[in-house]
Design a protein around this ligand. Structure first.
Ligand SMILES: [Zn+2]
Ligand SMILES: [Zn+2]
Length: 185
């Protein structure tokens, strides 16, 4: 009989009964929302699992790859950015799992959801870029420097106050001059 699965919970009675037994398992399913910072998995956490399950003395080893796609916002310019994940896994399911190290082998099934969430979550980019040389937003005026040029001084010092020398105090359109002073943040 081929593998039987309900979502990401997989029946493994056949493996539990036969030490040394192994089989492959492919699943294409939805994990549910998975968000890390400004990045989230697409399509309600759609994941493709291509795994090899093997019964060993300690439990069941799950090896293979997890695939998913994500989208989010560029850390520099806040524009849309997207990518794919292809994550290799090699984990043990056992009767008495070690917190943070192995996963729970239930009576006759294993739940691949925690493994999948852990593995994909770790690989999702914390600060994705729309392209490696994204120029980002001007820290002074906020213009998107990928598509426009502003008159601010170049941010050579990488200081948030780099634009200070460009601040004009003779702007009489402002009713409250202190509001324009960057140091008030
Ligand atoms: Zn960008
Ligand atoms: Zn600017």
């Amino acid at each position: 009989m081929m593998s039987t699965s309900t979502g990401l919970r997989v029946l493994v009675a056949d493996l539990v009964k036969r030490p040394g037994a192994a089989r492959s398992l492919q699943i294409d399913d939805h994990l549910g929302p998975l968000v890390v910072g400004e990045v989230e998995l697409d399509d309600d956490g759609r994941v493709a699992l291509d795994l090899h399950l093997e019964r060993i003395a300690e439990g069941i080893v799950v090896r293979g790859t997890l695939g998913a796609t994500w989208s989010g916002r560029c850390a520099r310019c806040l524009g849309p950015v997207a990518g794919t994940l292809e994550v290799a896994v090699d984990e043990l399911y056992e009767r008495e799992p070690l917190e943070g190290e192995t996963y729970q082998l239930d009576i006759d099934s294993i739940d691949l959801e925690p493994l999948t969430r852990d593995a994909l979550g770790l690989e999702m980019p914390l600060a994705p870029l729309c392209r490696t040389d994204c120029a980002g937003l001007c820290p002074n005026c906020g213009i998107d420097r990928n598509v426009a040029v502003c008159t601010c001084q170049p941010d050579e010092s990488d200081s948030r106050w780099a634009g200070l020398s460009n601040v004009r105090f003779d702007d009489d359109t402002s009713s409250d001059s202190s509001a324009d002073f960057p140091a008030t943040d």
